[in-house]
Unconditional design. Structure first.
Ligand code: RP5
Length: 171
């Protein structure tokens, strides 16, 4: 099965956050690869990864990093594949805003679709949505996933309305 999504991160310490993207892709049935590529510690590996991604069959890249988070932007500068950036609140982050702004504030011409701080699950969903735009079966699986979200909210509403908010709070 050709791997359609590439998940990369600046350090293994990002894995607990980035695993959420992997979990979602696994759940929805999309083949992916996952590895560590450090913009600062392995710059040649970064170039090799970004330049070879399309020819290896990758269609979307999810890149997570923290602190001076240059990985997503640098990957985006070397490929025309869509790049989704995940700002990670890491050990070298001041408060997370450093990671967010490093990924979000890209110059014109080199976009990175930036999700929320530690928002790797949404990065997985967004990657699946990009692929699902031209894949009807995947699109249907995504619609089914979204329907489960709505059901959960409606169940909560019903529980609170029938039991009352105090009983629902004690659960
Ligand atoms: C970033 O520095 C990595 O993406 C990670 O979020 C952070 C800390 O890396 P380690 O020192 O834990 O390897 O480049």
């Amino acid at each position: 099965m050709t791997k359609q999504v590439g998940i990369i991160m600046g350090s293994q310490s990002d894995l607990p956050v980035m695993a959420e993207a992997a979990k979602f892709l696994e759940e929805i049935g999309i083949a992916f690869e996952l590895t560590v590529v450090s913009a600062h510690r392995t710059p040649e590996r970064l170039v090799e990864y970004a330049r070879s991604a399309r020819s290896r069959g990758i269609q979307v890249i999810i890149a997570g990093a923290g602190g001076a988070a240059h990985l997503p932007g640098m990957v985006a500068s070397m490929t025309s594949l869509p790049v989704i950036g995940v700002p990670v609140k890491s050990s070298n982050s001041i408060d997370g805003w450093d990671s967010i702004l490093s990924i979000l504030q890209m110059p014109g011409g080199i976009p990175v679709a930036t999700v929320a701080l530690n928002g790797a699950k949404n990065a997985g969903i967004l990657a699946a949505s990009i692929l699902g735009a031209h894949d009807q079966e995947l699109g249907a699986r995504l619609d089914a996933y979204k329907a489960t979200l709505a059901e959960t909210v409606l169940k909560s509403a019903e529980e609170i309305e029938t039991k009352g908010w105090k009983a629902a709070l004690r659960k």
